[in-house]
Design a protein around this ligand. Structure first.
Ligand code: G3P
Ligand code: MG
Length: 343
């Protein structure tokens, strides 16, 4: 009972309360866990006027590990048990594509290179059985991108193939590209090839192969003093180069926040956390640092939102493009403010 300033009333049982946290810029700055984050989660674990645990999930446009590994990581970060079904990463929703592409060759772009092969393993775990990486293509034809080389450490994790014969049915940008130049080249190569193979460029009249990005954040916040380019910046670059070279509009699907599909997925996790029936509409507060991503998505989905000042959003840039329910200094204030409003 840490906050004696507000006498709690009995909450509305028909609208059970839950929280959804963004991670980068809200709970963490780079690898550093914010103290306010530890306190915020302690409040939800029971250190509150009602002494009650309030369920919560994490929705990040970050990614790399599997949801199981990410949950382990978060558990370590916050010193409490986070379960995989509390975690949605940018690429979690790619699983909705396995019916369509699960047994077809897909080119995966981006994601952590270390440990070698780990990103492919995550995709395999989702149910994509035939996944090739940009390193695989690069190893097959070093002259396809002569400005960098496949790192020695990646060689044991390669899948070898003749990529003039592999017909890619989709390009899936799993997470941030580690080599923008090579990856933009390879995405355009597949999209511009009539059969989705490498080494042949057509006349750009064929149906464009399927392309997905896992989020569109132009910027994100870490422990550097200014916001950094995110996958949205990479998408902007891909689009510009593809449209310039092909003369066609780029067709692409984007997942992650603020997309509806990601929030629908999140809403299911929230309901599981609350163990409520299908027709119950929980009262969910999203705490985020990026107005265009976290706040826009929450507002569209009918959630309440708290925008914090510890990440992408800065007061100096003027009022946020998407208006949050509350604008607060950090995640602890966000949680306290939301509880006061709800209870
Ligand atoms: O690439 C990560 C970044 O775009 C955002 O992560 O946790 O702020 O959604 P998060
Ligand atoms: Mg963020």
């Amino acid at each position: 009972r840490s906050d004696p300033t507000h006498p709690a009333s009995e909450p509305d049982a028909s609208r059970p309360l839950a929280f959804a946290f963004d991670i980068d810029g809200v709970l963490k700055a780079g690898n550093t866990v914010l103290d306010a984050a530890r306190r915020a989660l302690a409040i939800l674990e029971g250190n509150n006027p009602l002494g009650r645990r309030v369920p919560y999930i994490f929705i990040t446009n970050g990614g790399g590990p599997s949801e199981v590994d990410r949950a382990k990581n978060l558990s370590k970060n916050f010193g409490l048990e986070v379960k995989p079904d509390q975690v949605i990463q940018a690429h979690t929703v790619l699983q909705s594509l396995t019916k369509r592409f699960g047994n077809k060759p897909v080119l995966m772009i981006g994601g952590p290179d270390y440990p070698p092969g780990a990103s492919r393993t995550v995709m395999n775990g989702y149910g994509f059985e035939d996944v090739y990486t940009a390193h695989d293509v690069h190893a097959w034809a070093p002259s396809s991108w002569p400005f960098s080389r496949v790192p020695e450490a990646q060689k044991a994790a390669l899948r070898h193939a003749d990529f003039s014969k592999v017909k890619f049915s989709a390009v899936l940008v799993f997470h941030d590209s580690r080599d923008w130049g090579r990856d933009i080249q390879y995405i355009c190569d597949v999209l511009r090839s009539p059969a989705g193979t490498f080494g042949v460029v057509g006349d750009d009249t064929h149906p464009q192969p399927f392309l997905a990005f896992t989020h569109a954040d132009l910027l994100w916040g870490n422990d550097f003093s200014a916001a950094r380019f995110g996958q949205g910046a990479f998408q902007t670059a891909v689009r510009a180069v593809y449209e310039e070279t092909s003369g066609r509009k780029l067709e692409a699907t984007t997942f992650g926040k603020p997309q509806q599909l990601t929030y629908e997925y999140a809403n299911e996790l929230v309901k599981n956390q609350l163990s409520v029936a299908d027709d119950v509409r929980p009262s969910v507060w999203m705490v985020g640092d990026n107005p265009a991503s976290d706040i826009a998505g929450a507002n569209n989905f009918g959630w309440k939102s708290a925008l914090v000042r510890t990440g992408v959003y800065r007061d100096a840039a003027g009022p946020p493009a998407h208006k949050p329910t509350v604008l607060v200094d950090d995640v602890e204030v966000a949680v306290r403010t939301a509880l006061k409003r709800e209870w």
